[in-house]
Write a protein that binds this ligand. Structure first.
Ligand SMILES: Nc1ncnc2c1ncn2[C@@H]1O[C@H](COP(=O)(O)OP(=O)(O)OP(=O)(O)O)[C@@H](O)[C@H]1O
Length: 223
């Protein structure tokens, strides 16, 4: 799905990430952890071609990102659901209308029943007509996850999807991610939350990647 080959990235100073080689195989579940500022969000941006590697190669669905035109990137992104750290909604539009935005943007028809089912799946069907500022932090994060999956992507990249929510809500979001993985989606979750990772490993085969000293390594079984 997504492969990194000897990738390095810097924002103009020294390398933030260097010598990164890894593959997100279809149907795999990965966590990405590491200290604040170590480059987790940067890695995700490289993975969905928001940033281009300074050196090395990132393959998105078997194509070198450097060779992709803007349209190719847009097409590839339709196969990726991105849950941003600080998810943005249009505050003047209902939750249901916000959920339908990916369809509007990609010129596809949205199916009202699918939308209802999806809101039900994340436990927000009663809030379909609410405006985003009326949602709690956990409701926003579940809405962000639902919006990322509404176009049925093959890959889900989630940046701290359980930041700012309590443990019960974190577990609920984790359960949704595990369900998606069981449906065959390839998942990568960047998180600081080691308890969440332990909880997930009790349920599914998840690999844990750790950023240390600018490199990304597979963490041992100690987690
Ligand atoms: N656009 C940018 N220009 C310059 N430096 C940047 C830019 N974006 C991020 N950085 C720097 O790169 C480093 C890594 O940032 P990144 O957001 O990838 O880390 P992170 O591991 O996701 O952090 P956190 O866990 O705090 O979200 C930080 O030192 C950050 O200040």
């Amino acid at each position: 799905m997504i492969a990194f080959e000897n990738v390095a990235y810097n924002y103009g100073g020294g390398d933030l990430l260097s010598d990164v080689s890894l593959r997100l195989a279809p149907g795999s579940f990965h966590f990405l952890t590491g200290p604040s500022g170590s480059g987790k969000s940067t890695f995700l941006k490289l993975a969905y071609a928001e940033l281009r590697a300074t050196s090395g190669r990132v393959n998105l669905f078997d194509r070198d990102v450097k060779t992709l035109s803007r349209d190719d990137v847009a097409r590839a992104r339709r196969r990726i659901g991105i849950v941003h750290q600080d998810c943005k909604f249009l505050d003047h539009m209902s939750l249901a209308a916000n959920m339908a935005l990916p369809f509007t943007v990609s010129d596809r028809e949205s199916d009202g029943q699918d939308m209802k089912d999806l809101l039900g799946w994340v436990g927000l069907d009663h809030l379909a007509d609410a405006l985003p500022p009326q949602l709690s932090g956990g409701e926003r994060q579940r809405a962000a996850l639902a919006r990322a999956v509404i176009v049925d992507p093959d890959v889900i990249l989630a940046d701290e999807p359980t930041g700012n929510v309590d443990w019960d809500m974190s577990l609920r979001i984790l359960t949704l991610l595990v369900e998606l993985n069981r449906m065959g989606k390839t998942i990568l979750v960047a998180t600081h939350d080691l308890n969440l990772i332990r909880q997930a490993k009790a349920q599914i085969q998840a690999r844990v990647l750790r950023i240390a000293k600018h490199r990304i390594q597979l963490a041992g079984a100690d987690l």
